[in-house]
Design a protein around this ligand. Sequence first.
Ligand SMILES: [Zn+2]
Length: 125
Amino acid sequence: MGSAIAPPTPLKRTVMQEIKMKYPICPNCNGNFSFFQGLKFLNPWNIKCPHCEIYIQGSRLYKALSVIAPFLGVAISAVAIYFEEIEKWETKDSLLYFVVVFSILFFVGYKAWPYMKFKLKSNKE
Ligand SMILES: [Zn+2]
């Protein structure tokens, strides 16, 4: 019984899996959220899926990061203000510093984005 089952195009599957792994997905419609779509998810407690328009929420990690982010922003600014106050930096030094720091944060965020998880909003909460 040499019923050779043809492998269902393994290359295409791998690419599909990679695409799925690259982005978090909606728990309702399985639609992908690209990083740039994610930038619009400002409130992790109330996210509207851009695909199926159902309201979902971010994982605990996502929420924690959203809470920390404003403080991190203040802390980053404080460094520049400090160095300008003690006259070690000029405005251009601060600007360079902001560009470098935010580039790093953006890159880290971009790399971390695929690990973000989303779940359906439960009515109990
Ligand atoms: Zn959806």
